[in-house]
Design a protein around this ligand. Sequence first.
Ligand SMILES: Nc1ncnc2c1ncn2[C@@H]1O[C@H](COP(=O)(O)OP(=O)(O)OP(=O)(O)O)[C@@H](O)[C@H]1O
Ligand SMILES: [Mg+2]
Length: 346
Amino acid sequence: MGRLWAEYGIKATFLETAIEVKDVVKIFNGNFRALNGISLKVDSGRIFALLGPNGAGKTTLMRILTTQINPSSGNAYVFGLDTVREGSQVRKLISYVPQEMSVWTDISGYENLLIYSKIYGIPREERGAIINDVLESMGLYDFSDKLVKTYSGGMVRRLEIACALLIRPKILFLDEPTIGLDPSARKVVWEKLKMFKKDYGTTIFFNTHYMDEAEIYSDLIAIINKGKIVTIGTSEELKHSVGGEILHFILEENGLNEDVLRELEKVDGIKDVMVSNSDATLVVDDAETILPYIMTFFNKKNILVKRVSITRPTLDDVFLKYAGTRIDASGRLSEVTQVRRMMRRG
Ligand SMILES: Nc1ncnc2c1ncn2[C@@H]1O[C@H](COP(=O)(O)OP(=O)(O)OP(=O)(O)O)[C@@H](O)[C@H]1O
Ligand SMILES: [Mg+2]
């Protein structure tokens, strides 16, 4: 008789697929492609970040996954259930915190939770205990009787998340969970979320335009730009894919013309050159070795270097590499027109 794997001490781990998106296209107004062929997969129990600038299509994808709108073509699945054909079953497994405010400010935190628990059909006798649990999870227990208009921005966000946790979702969708919050308030939101996730194994799918939020809090990041996923991986994988080190120069205006760039591209040890008017980002094999050479080169061309920095690749560099632009702090694409040049050398 054959022996079971377990008898050999072999543990098999099967990761369930929480979310699968296949070739999703969303067309608005007959011809505008807000999503242009999106595919991705998220394993159960993971924290997934969809990172991209304003208008990239983040909310549109989340609205499809949460069954609010249908894709124009392609399919989206939540725990194997089709978001269009099996929408009502999907809705039983998920919660959603929208980008916009979703609580009432002229009543207390507790009263908000009571209203939501009625909407969700939580039996009367269970409401009190569940509400206290989610208040505790989001660190709001002591403030539950206060009017929401007296809450800080971070507390309001945590109350909105608490409302979403009332049904103990298998997947929690958060659209820009910490938009507009200061760093310490953002940190508290995520500490509470991570603790909840640990206790309940919830999968978290969140949208953000903050690079650092994606980097610090997610297990997997997909970068979206103009309705397309430009790259996907862990933050380490993404940064590694840029390779080498980053030399960032701030130059006097208009120093870099086509001829200078062409020469620069030929230099051994430079893997990528990305420039805007007065800003040059070079991906190099070894910054310290090549820096004196590049400084001499700029000097000969009468290009004045105002400032130079050496860094390891950041997600900002990843975005620049794959999308050809930068995201600024407010989530807009950087205004400067990037003349982007690339070459591959080993
Ligand atoms: N209902 C709609 N009708 C027409 N166009 C829409 C609609 N919803 C979204 N769009 C457009 O689709 C594009 C993607 O919008 P979406 O809201 O998904 O972007 P986003 O990545 O969430 O941006 P933000 O960071 O500003 O929230 C935008 O150009 C937007 O104007
Ligand atoms: Mg949005």
